[in-house]
Ligand binder design. Structure first.
Ligand code: HEM
Length: 485
């Protein structure tokens, strides 16, 4: 690559010279396009100026490897942009030894063996949602899936047994997320800093008079309703936390019950506030991500139906071979290799994050550049997933690419990588297989006439601009899944 072209940042790679706000606008309007265009113009290492510190975007496997192999002492979290969504004691904001210790205590409930036990709850949630579909209706795939993934998180992560609290948390949380994820909130947070937006929301929440179980008049403004909803969510979480603290270790399988009994290496337990921040992070990180990916899966498969491409047919044949007439068996979904190839191909084409970010704690040589401490480096799924030398004809939807091969983690990175890679990957992988298997077996669908889906910021994630409107052509072969796990 040639030497840096401009003079302002001698140590930084070249990049667009547009003013900061203009670059922010590009990011908001075309989050994948911005990265791909600059890669085409400047090559695999370029600088964006959006926040106070420069962002150096990386689209080369060797550079991505260097970052993912680095430790969380050298590469700190750079998640200020989402501080408005999460509490300060969440794993996502931790670094170095603290991050390593926290991952250790958070890991057990996300191991594959445990996730396999959650698979039954995932299936029930999917089954209930399918029962609510009516033939001929148009549904936004993203809302349909978010409903399922939120139910699952409330069950598996919080272990809430009480029906009223479960339903209420679902309603309140769904509302808060829809409000907090409005593009305007994300953009505001990027511009003035997530911590400030969060402080303002927290203040409003503290001042709210709403309480769980107390009847009251709805607030007049959306913001007032948001404060009230968050206040009530905190009440419910506090009730659940107290109940979980009364259980014996191993008595319950959910993440909350696990965290109240866990111990750091020095023997300390987790504080209530730390647990609440972690749970809130899992609630937020654990449902829209999978819902977005699954809605893109239906987007491609619905197109495939009209193009007679045969992918949907092949998925259905695989399901038929695996389960015959019997219900989907959650213990066997890992055998669905073609369905997994479809999910992988969709994750390649439509990653929820165009980049994952790390902040340098010390000056560092990366590629040809000596980057100063404070620089933010961003391995980019978007760039890596569309490189022609790695993925021939990269625009084409072709699940075959993933059959019988395992791509390099530096070429395929929808879940990020290294010591901060997505903690929920096995959970998400199992959930997407179980839920899609259920849906594809029982629902025929087509893209609705109004479907004009593009990539768009969904809060801090990239998702479908219109939620992928689908017409439900037929719901068939429903057998109630038994309530027994
Ligand atoms: C399709 C679904 C999902 C996708 C695409 C996804 C993607 C990601 C990405 C890109 C990151 C940042 C990784 C990095 O910086 O290298 C991340 C982090 C994380 N994800 Fe996920 N995620 C998904 C589902 C989930 C689920 C279901 C959970 C939990 C229930 C979860 C929990 C987390 C947590 C806790 C982190 C922070 C890890 C850390 O900082 O150490 N994710 N995820």
């Amino acid at each position: 690559m040639s030497a840096p072209r401009h003079h302002v940042h001698r140590h930084l790679p070249a990049g667009p010279r547009a003013p900061r706000l203009r670059q922010l606008q590009w990011l908001a309007e075309d989050p994948h396009g911005l990265y791909r265009r600059n890669y085409a113009e400047f090559g695999p290492m370029f600088t964006l100026q959006i926040m106070a510190d420069p962002w150096v975007v990386l689209g080369d496997a060797d550079l991505v490897r260097e970052v993912f192999r680095g430790t969380s002492d050298d590469f700190h979290s750079d998640a200020d942009g989402i501080k408005f969504l999460l509490g300060p004691e969440a794993l996502l904001f931790m670094d170095g030894a603290q991050h390593r210790a926290e991952r250790k205590v958070m890991q057990p409930p996300f191991k594959k063996t445990r996730v396999d036990e959650y698979a039954y709850g995932m299936q029930r949630s999917a089954s209930d949602a399918i029962d609510e579909l009516t033939t001929g209706s148009v549904v936004a795939a993203q809302h349909f899936f978010a409903d399922i993934t939120l139910r699952t998180i409330i069950e598996c992560v919080f272990g809430i047994q009480d029906e009223a609290r479960r339903t209420r948390l679902h309603e309140l949380f769904g509302f808060s997320m829809r409000t907090m994820q409005k593009p305007a909130v994300g953009a505001l947070s990027m511009a003035v800093g997530g911590a400030r937006v969060r402080a303002a929301i927290n203040m409003g929440t503290q001042l709210s008079g709403a309480r769980y179980g107390k009847a009251q008049r709805p607030a007049r403004t959306t913001l007032g309703q948001l404060f009230d909803a968050r206040r009530e969510v905190l009440d419910i979480l506090a009730i659940e936390l107290e109940a979980a603290r009364k259980t014996q270790p191993g008595e319950r399988l959910d993440v909350l019950a696990e965290l109240v009994h866990t111990r750091y290496e020095d023997g300390r337990g987790m504080s209530d506030s730390a647990i609440l921040d972690e749970l809130n992070m899992l609630l937020i990180g654990g449902h829209d991500t999978s819902a977005i990916t699954m809605s893109w899966v239906l987007y491609y498969l619905a197109q495939d139906l009209s193009d007679k491409g045969g992918v949907t047919e092949r998925v259905r044949r695989e399901l038929e071979d695996a389960f015959g007439d019997a219900p989907v068996d959650p213990a066997k979904v890992h055998q669905l290799t073609y369905l997994q190839a479809v999910i992988d191909e969709v994750s390649r084409l439509r990653p929820v994050a165009n980049a994952v970010s790390r902040r340098l704690t010390r000056p560092m040589q990366l590629g040809e550049f000596a980057l100063p401490a404070g620089t933010v480096v961003l391995p980019s799924p978007t760039i890596m997933h569309y490189r022609e030398d790695i993925w021939p004809d990269p625009e084409r939807f072709d699940p075959e690419r993933f059959l019988g091969t395992r791509p390099s983690p530096f070429h395929f990175l929808p879940f990020g990588g290294g010591s901060r890679a997505c903690l929920g990957r096995p959970f998400a992988a199992t959930q997407m297989r179980v839920v899609l298997a259920e849906v594809l077996r029982h629902v025929d669908f087509a893209r609705a006439a109004t479907c004009a889906t593009k990539d768009a910021m969904n809060g801090v994630l990239i998702g479908p601009s219109d939620g992928v409107p689908l017409e439900v052509l037929r719901v068939h072969g429903r057998k109630r899944v038994s309530q027994a796990a």
